[in-house]
Design a protein around this ligand. Structure first.
Ligand code: SAM
Ligand code: DTB
Ligand code: SF4
Length: 332
């Protein structure tokens, strides 16, 4: 087997010392990514089995608590007000509706509940309501995650105080491709929010999208930035672009399946103790491609008919796949 990577970080135990030596170099990450597929999957499985039960997958559910009308111009997004996607914008959902959706998610087998809002950033006046949502969902015994756009330090502290377990804020792609995707905020803006989340004591959920026309180098660049963070994200969503008509990336072609699986495997090896989430894009994936993603180390998915604004596989279809693969839902 080709062993080109540096030794695997055990990043959950303690923050990396303040050092300028990155865990991964670009060349090591590229060699890892490009090694023969069988070796790559073996290495990913080995890393996965050191930290997780390989037959368990965390079932999460996503709820759009505020849809559309977003001021940002992310080129992939149905919810940006810069593009005509036909999506109807709505205001922040009432607490009651969130409670009902969370109860349904729990009854459907979810142990993690993620709430997403199409905002550039939340307003201070909304934070109390958001904290109540966190409180209610946690009271049902589910892990909580929110994605609300940029956060100030004090907003992050208030959400952490309410018990929010994870904050999702993606870098989306590699640094060199970033401006091809969004120009209304910088990568540095994203990193500032991630720092506020970290300092407030929440777990970081940060990943990106594959299939936006980026090169393999950009995919590697994205993983490199994540894996070299002082503390790598505990949660790494890997989304396959869901092309949305009316957006600049609406006519994108899907990345070839094996390349997608290589990205998942590299994420698993470079961040061995993190949850690697096979997020958007499952609706159009074959059973075989999803099975390869799980073999490569993905261990969390979204269940339920909808993601935020797009479709997700129906329960019957997912249940058939879990039965064929012997996959069990993670219980905690
Ligand atoms: N407005 C917040 C933000 O951008 O941080 C939260 C919501 S946003 C929809 C959350 C993430 O979903 C994005 O960062 C992006 O990675 C992912 N996403 C959005 N639209 C997508 C699409 N069409 N296909 C795949 N992933 C998508
Ligand atoms: C993430 O990385 N993927 C999820 C979650 N974070 C919020 C969102 C996927 C959205 C897919 C497109 C949609 O349904 O609008
Ligand atoms: Fe807004 Fe988030 Fe969509 Fe970007 S990804 S347009 S920030 S909702």
């Amino acid at each position: 087997m080709t062993t080109t990577a540096t030794s695997a970080p055990q990043h959950k135990a303690s923050p990396a010392p303040q050092s300028t030596t990155p865990r991964w170099t670009f060349d090591a990450a590229r060699a890892l990514f490009e090694q023969p597929f069988s070796d790559l999957i073996f290495q990913a499985q080995t890393a996965h089995r050191q930290h997780f039960d390989p037959n368990e997958v965390q079932m999460s559910t996503l709820l759009s608590i505020k849809t559309g009308g977003c001021a940002e111009n992310c080129g992939y997004c149905s919810q940006s007000s810069h593009f005509e996607t036909g999506l109807k914008a709505s205001r922040l959902m009432a607490l009651d509706e969130v409670r009902t959706a969370a109860a349904r998610a729990k009854a459907g087998g979810a142990t993690r509940f993620c709430m997403g809002a199409a905002w550039r950033e939340p307003k201070d006046r909304d934070i109390d309501t958001l904290c109540e949502m966190v409180h209610e969902v946690k009271a049902m015994g589910m892990e909580t995650c929110m994605t609300l756009g940029m956060l100030t330090k004090s907003q992050a502290e208030r959400l952490a105080g309410a018990g929010l377990d994870y904050y999702n804020h993606n870098i989306d792609t590699g640094p060199e491709y970033y401006e091809k995707v969004v120009t209304t905020r910088t990568l540095a803006d994203r990193l500032d929010t991630l720092e506020h989340v970290r300092e407030a004591g929440m777990n970081v959920c940060c990943g990106g999208i594959i299939g936006m026309g980026e090169a393999r180098e950009d995919r590697i660049g994205m993983l490199l930035l994540l894996a070299n963070m002082q503390i790598p994200p505990e949660s790494v969503p890997i989304n396959a672009l869901v092309p949305i008509r009316g957006t600049p990336l609406g006519n994108s072609h899907a990345v070839e399946g094996i390349e997608f699986v290589r990205t998942i495997a590299a994420a698993r090896i470079m961040m061995p103790a993190s949850m690697v989430r096979l997020s958007a894009g499952r609706e159009t994936m074959s059973e075989e491609l999803q099975a390869l993603c799980f073999l490569a180390g993905a261990n969390s998915i979204f269940i339920g008919d909808r993601l935020l604004t797009t479709a997700n596989p129906a329960k019957e279809r997912d249940d058939r796949l879990w039965a064929k693969l012997g996959i069990r839902a993670m219980t905690a």
